[in-house]
Design a protein around this ligand. Sequence first.
Ligand SMILES: Cc1ncc(COP(=O)(O)O)c(C=O)c1O
Length: 461
Amino acid sequence: MWYNSILETIGNTPLIKLQKVAKDVKATVLVKVEYFNPGQSIKDRVAIKMIEDAEREGKIKPGGTIIEGTSGNTGMGLALAAAVKGYKCIFTTTDKQSMEKVNLLRALGAEVKICPTNVEPDDPRSYYSVARRLSEEIPNSYYPNQYDNLSNREAHYETTGPEIWEQTEGKITHFAAGMGTGGTITGTARFLKEKNPDVKVIGVDSVGSVYKSYFKTREFDKSEIAPYLTEGIGEDIIPKNIDFDYVDDVIQCPDQEAFDTTRDLARKEGLFIGGSCGAALWGALEYAKRENLTEDDIMVVILPDSGTRYVSKIYNDEWMIRNGFMKPVATRIAGHVISMKGDERTRLVTAEESDSLSDVINKMNANGISQLPIMKGDEFTGSVTDSMILSQLIQDPGAQTSPVSEIMDAPFPVIEHSTGMGEVTALLNRSNPAVVVRMKDGSYDIITRSDLIITLSANES
Ligand SMILES: Cc1ncc(COP(=O)(O)O)c(C=O)c1O
């Protein structure tokens, strides 16, 4: 079996159940991973549909030039289609977009013009205006205009919606997606609601975009517009592709939460995705918590693109620190090390003074840990490490049955979550392989030497 061109591989992306990042909500959370498309984003679906509709309507002729204002992903889809079908491409984009996206478009043979972000959409320098002007000036050119071209939302009505319906066997109860042009949410929601009008649709917007207030009042409030760094979602215009009649709620996601969730998805679920994916998931989870979704609910969240386009931004600690999304190591506190441990941050494993040494060894093995605090009631009274247990057993193999209190060392130091990193580092010396941390909520966690090494090396990268 083979495909006739790369374009036939667009769509039919997998739906994947989140295992860890959604564990605070009861609903089943499934993500539709759109980086499986050949251009690594959901926009391949839209690009091919806009071009094929234009060919059918005679709007583009062989040898023509495709001109579009794009943040990169639509450009990538259009460039793929143009390469296969033999068209030229000129794209306009803003100086907010990552260079990876621009270079990818150039790699596929497109010309890219970078325009200023912070100008009005109708300013002649804006990327919308430049694209429109070029399409008027260049003969035999076609301006797909993903914002107002309704082939965009039709692509999702014809493909994204039916795929989700089939993949969930019609059991989907909630659908969440970021809103850029609005094509994804409107087209997919229309299909799903036609199948089952009870499916609830949640649109995710950025703080600094006009959508949320427009959704509430149906009025364009220019005062809502503010700069933000999440790429691909939120607008300062109302495109024709968005139809809020299909949207039941809108949640605005701040950049910080978008980027933290993006990095979590990569580190905890192995989903190497872009910043608007983190935003979409954060919005979906906020909704699920607020509305108390239950075990019976199945929520599908669209993850529109791949992390490869953001390696110099969201996945780069220096960029995160420079933009205020992460704290440099020197100003970090113990609590930051715990949060960087991610999912390894299970409950603190301890043993009782009266437990036998063999029980303690089993506990350490079962949890894959090499040190353990020992407690008497609520108090930390001692500690053991694997190297100290080993030297005990070499001296006296019969020690296995003795209570651990007979061989344990002094307890690990107990510090507050707000203790500065200087003090944490000083405490983790030869005689203290770990420190116990009292968290804000009164629970306890632990920082070991290897946790510290991981934290410090993550910041070096
Ligand atoms: C990375 C990314 N996420 C989300 C979206 C939003 O999708 P839509 O334009 O269908 O609303 C876009 C659209 O440009 C995008 O590029």
